[in-house]
Design a protein around this ligand. Structure first.
Ligand SMILES: Cc1cc2nc3c(=O)[nH]c(=O)nc-3n(C[C@H](O)[C@H](O)[C@H](O)COP(=O)(O)O)c2cc1C
Length: 144
């Protein structure tokens, strides 16, 4: 069974709801997902996993959250070459610009982005949660 780490930061719970749904989707698709807040996970732990779903909302001015997620992700980037990855997160008013920049960044790192990053405005509704679960499924299929 393919091991997937779902690693996220969430201040208000929107990205957390997305993370939970993505992990559920990965499990239903036959994967073995583990859910971590970013402060419970380090780049050194990445060797234990076959693929990753990273979640972070748009913060600052169209950037990743700067005190916990960005430092983790900067370290993680050196370990992403050839690795299947999915991205997700919630945003408020920026139209998803932070996600486009994040996608470009992981592509530069050589990661295999399994699909476009999933950006949801504020709290995910029912369809949003289905989309999150689908991201989990897509990653499991990419690992098969
Ligand atoms: C300090 C701060 C900065 C933010 N910056 C942006 C931004 O640049 N662009 C944007 O679209 N939303 C921005 N937002 C809105 C959040 O991305 C949005 O509220 C999101 O749903 C938060 O997700 P969370 O509940 O997982 O923390 C910001 C929110 C906060 C609190």
């Amino acid at each position: 069974m393919k091991k997937i780490a779902v690693v996220y930061w969430s201040g208000g719970g929107n990205t957390e709801a997305m993370a939970t749904a993505a992990a559920d989707g990965a499990k239903k698709a036959g994967g073995d997902p583990a859910l971590f807040r970013v402060n419970e996970f380090s780049a050194q732990d990445m060797k234990e996993y076959d693929g990753f779903l990273f979640g972070c909302p748009a913060m600052g001015a169209e950037v990743l959250e700067e005190s916990e997620f960005e430092p983790f992700f900067r370290e993680a980037e050196s370990k992403l070459s050839g690795v299947p990855v999915g991205l997700f997160g919630s945003y408020g008013w920026g139209g998803g610009e932070w996600m486009r920049q994040w996608e470009a960044r992981v592509k530069d790192d050589g990661a295999k982005l399994v699909e476009k990053g999933l950006a949801i405005e504020n709290a995910p509704d029912e369809k949003g949660l289905v989309d999150c679960a689908a991201r989990g499924e897509i990653l499991v299929k990419a690992l098969a």
